[in-house]
Write a protein that binds this ligand. Structure first.
Ligand code: CUK
Ligand code: CUA
Ligand code: CA
Length: 602
């Protein structure tokens, strides 16, 4: 009997021992990305049903042509804002108002969303985003979260990097042309690579008109502006002036190009420029007093300014380094007192495929490593202290595996002087095994990371539709008070509170109110071949009460928000009766909200 109890006791002890050891091993091998537990830092990383997020994330949508508004930390997509694309959900690209901005465009490639600044931080009023495919820049007003202006950037292809002026406020926006092109249109001119140029374009942020362009012989890729309103920046990976991959990789070093705004302004004031295709053009090629060419190792990609305004950090891409440029040396370099290379104050080795750098506001940089699939956290001052000191300690503090192949990374408020070091987004190009298989085209993986502690902690995986390149993370208190529930009704010159049908020859104009659950007119009769314009005003003031307007078989479908007016013009070319109906579920009698459109055969 005693024997058996002892045996049983020993078995229990052994079992408990094995469990403890196992538990300890599991705890030991738990990498930060296994941890979905609550933050130890006190950072709120969960948003429960009914709660609101702390930040607005504005994400570019890549070749979907749109931008997206994402709540952070929940990563919930709140809204897709169509920009350069056609959007059936809102009717962007269908209505006269959006067509006037799009000018026939139905595709776009948005890479970089940026916000408007006052004194080095966001004022929350506007966003800008580039279109790399059709060389345009769009502005979004944040009160309605709609595009209100689009400007074409002439003489530029691969219009890629874009950044607003940060100080004293956003009056200028710069854009870079990644693809060098010639002005010539004859075969000999287009074939001569010596004619190819990059352009750094300055656009008036208020008027949305191009002010001037500075040309370079090298290509210009990512963009940044300083915190003093004096300089803008472009990385160049094609200092070779090559047109093939091998040519563009020939040299070991390319450039960070710096543009001097005081000197550009003086040239404008003096009339010291050429006019090319209607644009004031200045030569900023090597040797020009407008530009400074700082050598950086092999085919650099991103350039980001630290929130204290002291440093520009260019990521090496083909080189495993980040290059730290001290901005307080630029004045001397432009004055010829020091060489461009003397502005480089550190060049730490950080890992393979550095693309973009973001900041926590505490002196640390976080760089995305495309090839290593990591975010690497490193200390800027440590890198400067160890520069060119053999045996110096690595400035790297932490590495976080991300899944997989990260492009941009962005921390909360990191592109402002108010960088707060709370959250970081890793925009990963490949999601591979992280989500259900949905066919050959997989989602991207946008990962949310807690950077409030020494070690980074992965909080969340979020699949996303193609293909956010970049984002900014803006504190809620900056944006939320500006966002409106309804538009100003008289903002549209043809808003209507009355209903009418007018005919002028073959032109028919219908003014139509929409009040849940009725349209103000029940029947509109026209003749085949008439040119018909509908102005539709939503007269409901209740927030969120949106009406739709679709004409059966006429390829017309759009929505109008509270107090909003939109219009559409088309030729009534198909005879018959076509029901016009509300597409947006607005009322218990939403389905009954419709009218007859009669087209009498010619
Ligand atoms: S580029 Cu895409 S990952 Cu267009 Cu900002 Cu670097
Ligand atoms: Cu109006 Cu549905
Ligand atoms: Ca190169």
């Amino acid at each position: 009997m005693t024997m058996r109890i002892n045996k049983r006791g020993r078995a229990w002890t052994l079992a408990v021992f094995v469990l403890v050891v196992f538990g300890a091993l599991i705890a030991f091998y738990r990498t930060p990305d296994d941890s979905f537990a609550d933050s130890k830092s006190g950072l709120r990383d969960k948003v429960l049903p009914g709660e609101l997020d702390d930040y607005y994330g504005f994400f570019s949508g890549g070749h979907s042509g749109e931008i997206r508004i994402v709540g952070i930390p929940s990563m919930r997509v709140m809204k897709r804002v169509p920009v350069f694309n056609l959007d059936s959900g809102s009717g962007w690209g269908i209505t006269n108002e959006s067509k006037a901005l799009l000018k026939g465009q139905v595709v776009g490639d948005t890479h970089h969303v940026q916000g408007s600044y006052v004194d080095g931080t966001y004022d929350g009023k506007f966003l800008w985003v580039n279109d790399k495919s059709n060389n345009k820049l769009a502005r979004i007003r944040t009160d309605y979260m709609e595009v209100d202006a689009i400007v074409e950037i002439p003489n530029s292809q691969g219009t890629h990097g874009t950044f607003p002026q940060r100080y004293p406020q956003t009056d200028w926006i710069i854009t870079n042309s990644e693809f060098r092109t010639p002005y010539a249109t004859d075969l000999a001119g287009m074939s001569d690579k010596a004619n190819f140029h990059g352009v750094h374009t300055i656009t008036d942020a208020h008027k949305m008109e191009v002010i001037a362009q500075v040309t370079t012989s090298v290509n210009l890729d990512l963009a940044a502006t300083g915190y003093r309103g004096k300089y803008s920046f472009a990385t160049s990976y094609n200092s070779e002036g090559g047109v093939t991959l091998s040519e563009m990789l020939a040299k070991d070093s390319d450039y960070l190009v710096v543009f001097n705004w005081d000197r550009i302004k003086k040239r404008l004031a003096d009339g010291n420029f050429e006019t090319v295709n209607g644009v004031k053009m200045m030569d900023g090629k090597a040797g020009s007093d407008l530009t400074l060419y700082i050598p950086v190792p092999k085919n650099p990609h991103g350039v980001n300014i630290s929130p204290d305004g002291k440093y520009a950090i260019a990521s090496g891409k083909v080189s495993p380094t980040a290059t730290v440029v001290a901005l307080d040396k630029l004045d001397d370099a432009f004055a010829g007192k020091i060489q461009p290379i003397d502005c480089v104050v550190a060049q730490p080795e950080i890992g393979l495929g550095p693309l973009h750098t973001t900041y926590d506001g505490n002196g640390n940089a976080f760089t995305s490593l495309f090839i290593d699939s990591q975010i690497v956290k490193w200390n800027i001052q440590a890198a400067i202290d160890g520069y060119k000191k053999p045996g110096a300690k690595s400035p790297v503090i932490d590495r976080l595996d991300v899944h997989y192949q990260v492009g941009h990374t962005m921390a909360s408020m990191a592109e402002t002087k108010e960088a707060d070091g709370n959250f970081l987004i890793s925009l990963n190009k490949i999601s591979k095994d992280r989500f259900l298989n949905v066919g050959p085209l997989k989602p991207e993986n946008d990962q949310l990371v807690d950077i409030s502690q020494k070690k980074m902690r992965l909080i969340k995986d979020e699949p996303s539709y193609i293909e956010p390149h970049d984002c900014i993370i803006v504190r809620r208190d900056i944006i939320e008070p500006l966002v409106k529930d309804r538009v100003k009704m008289d903002e549209h010159p043809n808003f209507t509170t009355e209903n009418s049908i007018e005919r002028d020859g073959k032109k028919v104009t219908v003014r139509l109110t929409a009040n849940a659950p009725v349209f103000g007119i029940q029947e509109v009769a026209v003749k085949q071949g008439d040119e018909v314009t509908f102005y539709v005003t939503n007269n409901d003031e209740i927030p969120d009460l949106t009406h739709g307007f679709a004409i059966s078989n006429y390829n017309i479908n759009f929505v109008v928000g509270p107090y909003q007016t939109k219009s559409v013009t088309f030729v009534a070319d198909k005879p018959g009766l076509y029901w016009i109906y509300c597409t947006n579920f607005c009322h218990a009698l939403h389905l009954e909200m419709r009218l007859r459109f009669l087209v009498e055969a010619a």
